[in-house]
Design a protein around this ligand. Structure first.
Ligand SMILES: [Zn+2]
Ligand SMILES: [Zn+2]
Ligand SMILES: [Zn+2]
Length: 380
């Protein structure tokens, strides 16, 4: 239920998403004579029900929404496309081995049923007062481990580090495509979060628009900067560290905290202490501090898993600054005013209900109480 509202916005999988994946598998099984998987992916996407999907813009809120009709298909129990040696595995885009073989490999693959298609142009057009465009973009699966039953928080810090490096490399690579305005990584874990695959994976999406939540953050950060010539995230972090009631862990380079106005109970963010707008740039240039970040992500997810079985995780990083937009003025100061962070939103089951009644986020556990509970878990 939350997946349509939180962080990733359009990026969260839906029941529609799952049934498309299943139909993809059926198509592929009927086409086993194809040896070239990329040709197979293309042929599947050409005749796929998702082809009828399009992006539509809400003229009032200016949010982009994926809209289309789809057909529910039967599932394929017991089949995992991401385990090593799986038949009909998706096309591999990149693989990263650690130099000392302490971790990995971690792999980026084409999503078996992508929400966005890499080929073509967005063809943004009007329908009266409305805006619409094709679902052009990229949708990849980041396979965090070759093991089917080891999740990110059960992995070693070296393995998490490998995953972060692959994520950064893929974001940088996709930002070279000037059609894309925004590239990010997200993870939906647990049934309530709309988890799509049994195998431990995250997802990467590149879109021709900036998702709404990120757009709000970019506009607000720019406005704050224009007024004060400071980063709102740095100022927030400074205040939180002076009175650390909502701080969960404060390390030399990274901090985890429960935000002042948490949208859900036990919401927790991870941020770099020093001002950095771009996750991918900082990961590829500052390898010395990466083990600290890997350890913090592992412990943070262990804490989240101790309070909830499901969560949404989303990376918020700077938009594609190669893509200079005259309309979107926030590009000008974005390196000074935006500050990358990871947001994790646990799903607390039935307690989420009041939101849908009131249309206002309702958190029945304060950020201070949540941070205190997280600190007392004794996770190392
Ligand atoms: Zn598997
Ligand atoms: Zn900052
Ligand atoms: Zn954010």
């Amino acid at each position: 239920m939350f997946s349509g509202r939180i962080g990733a916005e359009l990026n969260s999988p839906s029941p529609q998403h799952r049934c498309i994946r299943q139909s993809f598998l059926m198509i592929r099984q009927g086409l086993t004579t194809f040896r070239n998987i990329s040709l197979l992916t293309l042929s599947a996407s050409l005749c796929f029900p998702r082809c009828s999907m399009e992006l539509r813009k809400d003229p009032i809120t200016r949010s982009w929404v994926i809209v289309g009709d789809d057909v529910e298909r039967p599932s394929q129990p017991g089949y995992c496309p991401f385990c090593p040696g799986a038949p009909h595995a998706p096309q591999v885009i990149a693989t990263l081995n650690s130099p000392d073989h302490a971790a990995g490999p971690v792999t980026a693959m084409v999503h078996p049923a992508p929400l966005y298609r890499i080929e073509g142009e967005p063809h943004r057009h009007s329908e009266g007062i409305y805006d619409a465009m094709n679902t052009v973009g990229a949708h990849e699966v980041l396979v965090q481990s070759i093991r089917h039953d080891i999740e990110l928080w059960q992995s070693s810090d070296a393995e998490i580090l490998q995953f972060l490096q692959l994520t950064a490399q893929r974001i940088q690579d996709l930002k070279g495509d000037l059609r894309f305005k925004y590239v990010t990584m997200l993870k939906n874990h647990g049934a309530a979060a709309g988890q799509e695959f049994d195998h431990p994976v995250s997802e990467l999406t590149a879109t021709t628009f900036v998702p709404r939540r990120v757009l709000y953050e970019l506009r607000a950060s720019r406005d704050y900067y224009l007024e004060k010539e400071r980063c709102v995230f740095c100022d927030t972090l400074g205040q939180e560290l002076r009175s650390p009631v909502r701080i969960v862990e404060a390390l030399s380079s990274y901090v985890s905290l429960c935000p002042f106005a948490s949208r859900v109970p036990y919401e927790i963010w991870i941020m770099p202490r020093k001002h950095e707008s771009s996750f991918e740039r900082s990961i590829t240039s500052k390898s010395v501090q990466l083990p600290e970040l890997a350890g913090l992500i592992r412990r943070t997810l262990q804490r989240v898993m101790s309070v909830s079985e499901s969560f949404h995780l989303v990376l918020h990083t700077v938009p594609n600054t190669y893509q200079k937009s005259n309309i979107l003025q926030y590009w000008k100061t974005v390196d000074e005013d935006y500050h990358w962070h990871i947001e994790i939103l646990p799903i607390m089951g039935t307690k989420a209900k009041p939101y849908f009644l009131k249309e206002v986020y309702y958190t029945h556990i304060s950020s201070e109480t949540a941070a205190e509970k997280y600190r007392k878990l004794g996770i190392r």
